[in-house]
Design a protein around this ligand. Structure first.
Ligand code: ADP
Ligand code: MG
Length: 387
């Protein structure tokens, strides 16, 4: 399927620009297995790559012009002068790839110009990080074509700068690192403080397991403001506790920390989630490394309860997925991503998948919600050159 997608994008490039691309690259979307809202607290995350990818055909040009086109957006190519790129000036989707070129240039790398045509199978706005896939695929292509020799983690950093500063979205480092660094059959254990990482075996099929992504297709309007509030509350918690970040509160020091926070009820809840969530990531890592994949199920479910009750970023649709999954025999389930909509993940025995899929449909119909989109997430490869 990847080869077919690559061929289509290559042909699209030629039809659009009238020349052959210099190459074709891919970068995946991701699901975060566990470690939610820990990234801006210097904590642990554990994403894995989806088989869904953004694929870009790219050719260098030498006149300082950047042309951008997406097969998924019905418009003519957008033409920009690289020397004129400036944060928060670009409109719409082109801000992501343009931001990458801007960030590379800001880091001192000469950008001669490029024609880009891309197409993505990563669902957009579903919490599966279609934006990082776009950024990383362009960054990797330019790294290769311009011979920059940047490492994967460095590309991820530059893509994060593109999204934070150029696009103006305050995201952590997880999404870009996942797209750049994940490996097939593995989840990526990432320490967001020092960016150290470890590939953790996560070959579900070999153990008769499946991981379902249930995209509720809802996005509740207040999500961005709520994200900002959670972030500010976590920073307040760290300040009150006298630590650089909540990552520095050990799990066995949680009760003492909560005592110190006194009647700061809201902050106490946020701190409790972040501290216990970091611990859950470490426990999932050790279970997976000892081959006890089924045993991570209850930790996923605990993580959901913490996000729902303490961090308070779930919603009726996400809770319905989790409750339905558990009632229908799943090993564990949790919301994933920023919250207030987007997707949930469900760990299940392979044999139970048809019954679960039906149960989600029935439960959503009964509740009067739009049917969710359910698909299987196979831990897949990170960014790579296809052609
Ligand atoms: P997520 O990363 O969770 O999917 P974001 O809001 O961060 O959600 O990113 C979605 C945005 O990324 C879209 O609004 C669009 O600007 C851009 N995008 C995603 N996929 C494509 C695509 N195939 N073509 C062009 N732009 C895309
Ligand atoms: Mg995004």
């Amino acid at each position: 399927m990847a080869a077919e997608h690559a061929q289509q994008v290559r042909e699209g490039f030629t039809a659009l620009y009238g020349t052959e691309p210099d190459g074709v690259w891919a970068a995946p979307g991701r699901v975060n297995l566990i470690g939610e809202h820990t990234d801006y607290n210097d904590g642990f995350v554990m994403p894995f790559a989806l088989p869904h990818t953004a694929v870009a055909a790219v050719a260098l040009r030498h006149d300082g012009v950047l042309r951008l086109h997406s097969a998924d957006m019905p418009s003519d190519p957008v033409e920009l002068r690289i020397a004129d790129l400036a944060p928060e000036t670009a409109d719409g989707w082109t801000a992501y790839p343009a931001g990458v070129v801007w960030a590379l240039r800001q880091a001192g790398h000469e950008m001669p110009g490029a024609d880009v045509h891309l197409a993505s199978t990563v669902p957009s706005g579903a919490g599966l990080s279609s934006s990082a896939a776009l950024e990383v695929v362009v960054a990797l292509a330019l790294n290769d074509l311009c011979g920059l020799g940047l490492k994967r983690w460095q590309l991820a950093r530059l893509c994060q700068r593109a999204e934070n500063i150029y696009v103006g979205a305050p995201t952590g480092i997880m999404d870009q690192t996942a797209a750049a660094c994940c490996q097939a059959g593995h989840a990526l254990f990432l320490d967001t403080r020092d960016l150290s990482q470890r590939q953790i075996p996560f070959d579900l099929a070999a153990q008769g397991l499946r991981l379902l992504v249930v995209d509720t297709q809802v996005k509740h309007a207040h999500s961005e403001g709520e994200y900002g509030k959670r972030r500010a509350g976590c920073e307040k918690g760290a300040a009150l506790l006298g630590v650089d970040a909540l990552r520095d509160v050990p799990c066995d020091g949680l009760d003492a920390a909560l005592d110190r926070l006194g009647d700061e009820e809201e902050v106490r809840r946020l701190v409790k989630h972040v501290v216990t969530e970091n611990r859950r990531v470490e426990r999932v890592v050790s279970l997976l490394e000892s081959g006890e994949t089924r045993a991570i199920g209850p930790l996923l479910t605990e993580g959901h309860a913490s996000l729902r009750d303490d961090f308070r970023i779930s919603c009726a649709e996400l809770d319905l997925v989790v409750d339905t999954a558990l009632a229908s025999g799943a090993l564990g389930a949790r919301m994933t991503g920023g919250g207030f909509g987007g997707s949930a993940i469900v760990l299940a025995e392979a044999d139970d998948v048809p019954a679960l899929t039906k149960a989600f449909e029935d439960a959503f119909t009964h509740a009067g919600f739009t049917a969710p989109r359910v698909f299987e997430a196979v831990p897949s490869a990170g960014a790579r050159r296809l052609v």
